[in-house]
Design a protein around this ligand. Structure first.
Ligand SMILES: NCc1[nH]cc(CCC(=O)O)c1CC(=O)O
Length: 313
């Protein structure tokens, strides 16, 4: 047991991020370590009047924590795996992924009888291009309303009537005890979540002592979740995706084999490219499915999407 290890965990300071940081802390404590939190307000948290796709730069939630990792001001940083850019600097590796929470999206509303499948139009709050594209594709009768801010702010907006319903990740809603507002659980197959959704990733500096690094990994990493998320992230990297484009991807591990289903939706919802693959090695499954999507025109579609997003700002 590593006795004197007090781990400084860098985190964003939203309630969800702090929950996740304490979750990591508890895993470390179970393994005999202690922890403290170093919480910061990132650019992504401060700029709330523009959509994430318009802020543009990848990593608006991660850059400042990375600077602190390099400076040795924190030992590790925790991130929602889905908020991470698809590629990271070589000196700042991801060393663990926590056991993934149920990865699907949910609909929240103050009106319990609301359903996405209803024909009466709804104003749906979301800040994600993937969810917008999904709505346009599957439920064109509804209107997407821009909804940034932390989960508590968004719930307030819902209560104020700024929208009729919101689309969110179940994981965050569950962690924030907001399940009472869930009116619908969306099917994982029909409505595939974002890459990494539901898991917490731990990043460190490559200069962190290797014994400490190993102890943190042993305490926090969940092997099956890691395999799945590595497959999903390899796919995203090959597509040059990121959290601001409407790419979806979800892998599950069945009898030692990774089953990955992923795709890209056009913003208008009228084009959908999708594919799936099975294999034992995470990166090759990710690359295999990405290659298949590229054959079907994913890169051209993503190029058009980026131009559209840039012109909307
Ligand atoms: N982009 C914001 C974000 N990042 C992680 C989660 C939820 C928790 C998770 O996926 O682990 C959320 C909220 C949401 O999309 O509803």
């Amino acid at each position: 047991m590593q006795l004197k290890n007090n781990i400084r965990i860098g985190t964003r300071n939203s309630a969800l991020a702090l929950w996740q940081a304490h979750h990591i802390g508890r895993l470390l404590e179970t393994a005999g370590m202690t922890y403290e939190l170093v919480a910061i307000n990132t650019i992504g948290d401060k700029i709330l009047d523009r959509s994430l796709s318009k802020i543009g730069a990848k990593g608006v939630f991660t850059e400042e924590l990375e600077t602190m990792l390099r400076a040795g001001e924190i030992d590790i940083a925790q991130h929602s795996a889905k908020d991470l850019p698809s590629t990271l600097a070589d000196d700042l590796p991801l060393i663990a992924f926590t056991e993934r929470e149920a990865a699907h999206d949910v609909v929240l509303s103050m009106n319990p009888s609301i359903r996405l499948g209803q024909s009466a139009p709804l104003r749906i709050g979301t800040s994600s291009t993937r969810r917008r594209a999904f709505l346009a594709h599957q439920y064109p009768q509804h209107v997407a309303v821009e909804m940034r801010g932390n989960l508590q702010t968004r719930l307030e907006k819902l209560k104020n009537g700024d929208c009729d319903a919101m689309l969110l990740a179940y994981a965050g809603v569950h962690r924030m005890d907001m399940e009472a507002y869930i009116v619908e659980h969306l099917d994982l197959q029909a409505y595939v979540p974002a890459v990494g959704q539901g898991s917490v990733a731990i990043q460190c500096s490559s200069r962190l002592d290797s014994n400490i690094r190993e102890a943190i990994r042993a305490a926090c990493n969940h092997a099956a979740s890691e395999s799945c998320i590595v497959a999903e992230r390899s796919l995203l990297a090959m597509l040059d995706g990121g959290c601001s484009v409407p790419v979806f991807g979800h892998a599950k591990l069945v009898a030692g084999q990774i089953h990955l289903h992923a795709g890209v939706l056009s913003l208008s919802g009228d084009q959908k490219i999708e594919s799936s693959g099975i294999g034992a090695e995470p990166k090759s499954v990710g690359n295999q499915v990405a290659t298949e999507l590229i054959k079907q025109g994913a890169q051209q579609l993503l190029k058009e999407i980026r131009v559209q997003l840039a012109s909307q700002s």
